[in-house]
Design a protein around this ligand. Sequence first.
Ligand code: NAD
Length: 480
Amino acid sequence: MSAPTDVKYVNIINGQATGADTNAPVYNPATGQPFAEVPVATRDDLDRAVAAARDAFPAWSATPIAERQAIVSAIGDRLEEHAEEFLALLTAEQGKPRPMAEWEVYGSVAWFREIAKQELPEDLLEETSERKVISRHTPLGVVGAIVPWNFPILLAVWKIAPALVSGNTIIVKPSPFTPLCDLKLTELVQDLLPPGVFSALAGDDDLGKWMTSHPGIDKIAFTGSTETGKHVMASAAGTLKRVTLELGGNDPAIVLPDVDPKKVAPQIFWAAFQNNAQFCNAAKRIYIHDDVYDAVRDELVEFARTVVVGDGSQPDTQLGPIQNRPQLEKVTEYFDDCRANGYTFALGGTIDTSSDGWFVPVTLVDNPPEDSRLVAEEPFGPILPLLKWSDEADVIRRANDTVWGLGATVWGADLEAVERIGRQLEAGTVWLNEVHEYSPHQVFGGHKQSGIGAENSLHGLAEYTNHQTVCLNRSEGSVA
Ligand code: NAD
């Protein structure tokens, strides 16, 4: 099923469908053709959305949490009722094939329902006849959510659900490359909420800058690149906004000598190439022990040859296109750099530019230098370096020798060794003999330049709140 082309997409401001003087096209990356357009929000649109969010905040934050939780859960139900439309739309605007779209859409449903069960109870620290001391959480106010293009729904939901449960109002800004699902979701659930509580604005990168500096926004929840994250933090400093930054990564995967190459290869493949490697948590450097390097490389090549790359709307497709043209150009640079430096391609290596869609072949690079761009940077596309190791301390050092620290994996039969190595890796999530297992109740965040703060779990929920200590002096005769 493909997404209809005659649907109108609107910004939602104060509960109202809102157009704009200027519209921007949205492309299907599998065809390279525009198939929809969205309004480009102006600064005035943002001001009106912020004013509405501020007006809505007192009543929303005073609404009993059980009611807010029920509404957030109902948003999940509504998304589930319309899942088929969102699956088609997500594939059309993002490019991902059906199984990955299902993971994202049904994952989002689950996130709404599970985050809706969370709350941060008050802590009674002291209670005597003289004094009562309570520690509690209060909502921040208006949240600005800024979302990337690789998981446009799920990464918005990771912000919408906790912001609303904890009593904030929210304005979502999707990526200009993938605005459709977020606008539709916002429109679809307006009847469940008071106006102004949940708005969405499509716009360009300027809109992001206006949000991060806006005095009426109290917190920015941002997912995107490390480079943009630094701009967000600098801009937010002007008003001392709270920030949660979920940024880039360069996740190492360490493969021990006792693996069965045939069994581990498909798992490593999907760790690296899921979502066409446009995944913050994609395994981006594969360190394979010398003893099994050739065997694992050959099994990876063999498995990769069976994987179907194509238009995500086709039932057999396993990997879709690169999501947007600038990203295609960026990924192409890594191919050119590998070729210019004479690195060996174990598979792939040549991009067919005659296709209208933005397709790149699955590419494996055989043991490039540790300081090559491919190893040191985040290509965010389906070109993967395979590297050799023989000394445990050295591979741990190499795995940690990066500014990033988002995720890491270790693969091996000796579970003691696997855990010993895993515990020495500098990353927010370390998966051992598995990968990409997330939960609304599992904290997620980056070490080092992969981010600040966390999403999911009660730690993530707390980031939408202030800490407040309430001290009551009950001693008789102290004031009257
Ligand atoms: P990006 O940083 O280019 O854009 C992210 C969002 O920021 C978009 O909505 C964009 O319009 C907006 N933006 C751009 N410039 C801005 C500015 N100056 N001020 C405010 N907002 C601005 O990232 P992308 O290319 O959309 O996404 C890919 C990156 O995101 C990769 O680096 C990836 O690793 C990272 N990512 C991280 C996570 C995580 O949870 N840590 C998850 C997914 C993606």
